[in-house]
Ligand binder design. Sequence first.
Ligand SMILES: C[S@@+](CC[C@H](N)C(=O)[O-])C[C@H]1O[C@@H](n2cnc3c(N)ncnc32)[C@H](O)[C@@H]1O
Length: 749
Amino acid sequence: MATNIEQLKTDAEELLKSGNFPDAVIKYSQLLQADPKNCVKVLCERAKCYIELGDWSKALEDGRMALDNEKKNPEDGSMEQTSKSKIIEASILCGKACSQLGLFIESLGYFKEGLKVDPKNQVITEELKKLQNVILKEQQEHSETQDCTYSAVSLCSQSVYPGDDQLLNMEKEILSIKYKILDDDYYKMDKNTHIMKDPQLEAQLVQAAYECLSSDQLNDSLTLISKAVSMDPGNVFYRTFRAQVYFNLKLWHKVIQDYWIIPKALRKPDVWKQGGKALMELWLPVLAEFWLRKATQLTGGKDEEAAILFQKVRVKRLYDPLTEDQPIKIDFTQFGRAVFAKKDIAKGETVMTDIPMVMAQSLGSRHIPACFNCAVSLITPQVYFKEKLLMMERDQLNLIEEYWPNVAVEECPHCGKEKYCSKICRNEAWDTYHRIVCPSVNPAAKQIYDLCENKGYGHTADGVWTEIWGGHYSPMILVKLWSIIASQVRDMMEKDKAAVPTIEHWARAKAPFRRFIAYGTIPAIKRLPHMLPVFQSVFANCGGGLTYNITEEEFNGRYYQAACNLQCFSPSITPYHRFMDNIKEDMRAVGMIKYLSDRPPEAQFAAMCPLHACSNHSCFNNSEVCDLDINGRPGIQMIARRDIKKGEEILITYIDTSMPKLLRKAWLYKSFNFWCSCQRCQFEGEQPNECTNCHIKAPEGKNFSACGKCKRAWYCGVTCQKDAWKKGHKIICLTDHSQVNSPEGYTPK
Ligand SMILES: C[S@@+](CC[C@H](N)C(=O)[O-])C[C@H]1O[C@@H](n2cnc3c(N)ncnc32)[C@H](O)[C@@H]1O
């Protein structure tokens, strides 16, 4: 047997060396079967063959398996040099394969894994450079072919919100009571009777009305056209004309009165659009949406103004109640929802505060105790001081006993998988999501808790141990989101005594999450090929006879909803901070100082917050996201980085803005699917061989001189430099820019 293994090894190596990769794959596969104990090395070799053959998926699969096996069970029993080099080798193979598959962030993740083992590894550094070049090249190709990656209006649906039918009836009642606009046939019939026929006179009236309208004599125009209307009340043209005059006079209910007479089938798209505008002014939003939706539908979506107005109404009615007490409002722009200042906001002031709708602790910080429901820190003296506790004297231990806040951890009594800061949180978690996925009632959900415990690793359907969840956030985000929806549906079913959920139940439960935009280029199922069956089995039985069918589309949509909108945060006040506050007047604290030098460990959370999720990006951001304690619960706030004027858009940064423009652009495109065209991107250059101001190219092999201050712009001469300085380079050159972590916390140089 041993000789057979040796023979297979020699054959495979020779085939690999001679470039016969298909046969080498066969030999390595035989070797894997014959000698599964030494699989890591063989998997790496086979992955190399697949790379040579351009079969990136198979190379990735082998690389992953090698990595998993080595981490779980180093072949030589410890994290010795050989094990380290195997991890590095497998990381490089995975990184290369991912890069070829277009999975750039994943690729970066693998290279980082290798760098953790050997921070100075030359091969990885080279591979990282190559990765950046691939991204930049792709970015350039895309920017040449596309100006804009997506259309915000087409991403936002116009579908009716649950409960809108009742609201629509209420608004119709307002129309009838307040404006005497009745939704019945009698009202229409009455106006349809032709009183006195005199086509010639009517034509003269219309002609004269038109001349008055053209010269802005609105009242005269109104008198003339009203005469024509009185002679032929059902005439669609007269009504449309008069509505236009009323519109110019800003008599909004009169506009609607005239349009209402026109039978629906005869209303032109412009009538629906203008009626929608008048209804916006009367602030009858559900009716306005109805009219603007009609205008959009009748033009097959071509009337962009109607589609944008629709979204403006929707955003206003959904978000105004949330921003009532804040100095901001949400509006709809070419880039979708956006946040604007309602008043002047001074530098350092709070722009907005926001509470998470769904959140989960990052897999990497799971060892730091925090409440599963509200993210409150649960760090104990044991967690903070660790072995230092053993070195302390009685006095200091007493001080800790007296002043470290009591961290009473409540566990889920059924599964013990979730920890909470209080009974209130425990019950809240149960009611809102945990009763759907507590393994005690839903055994399939145990896989999710295990997956989180194992940092994304688990068994595939065919029993292979590998990284099943390689997303940038915890899968618990999606699990909680679906559980919240399922839990709401169950509540509604119980209330309505329904054995099966209705479409209305689902629509109502999903409605709050319609706030979050979703856009991604690679289907989630391709990124995470093993996850869908896991989610499907977890939500097959949500209790009470309910199944949440996690389709491919649902998975894809929710995956990108989270990816596009998540914000990291940490509890800003921890028991450590409270302890520090408590001891400040106690003399014994002096003896403690030497033990208090470390920052408390931070539990990292990611959250979807409704208002924050409306903030767009700028590399010249005027606001910064910070952690905040809101009534004892961790949340987020935005602080003004400079004075912000009323009406100005509130902009944050999604990436580390210390990167040069080309990389910022590439990362924003890769991670958020848009090309940034902010003020800073306009006044910084991409290449030294192009004048940032007039875009003339330098002679072959030559570069222009860089701005002496920021070195981020290049000019063909002093005239261009001065021109650019005046036009806008000055402000961005003299500003300190935000530094937040880029995706995966890595800042490409
Ligand atoms: C967190 S959301 C921001 C709010 C978003 N506009 C909406 O309607 O929900 C992030 C998405 O907004 C869009 N976005 C943000 N900043 C942008 C910018 N500067 N230019 C173009 N699109 C941007 C991108 O589609 C991005 O994926």
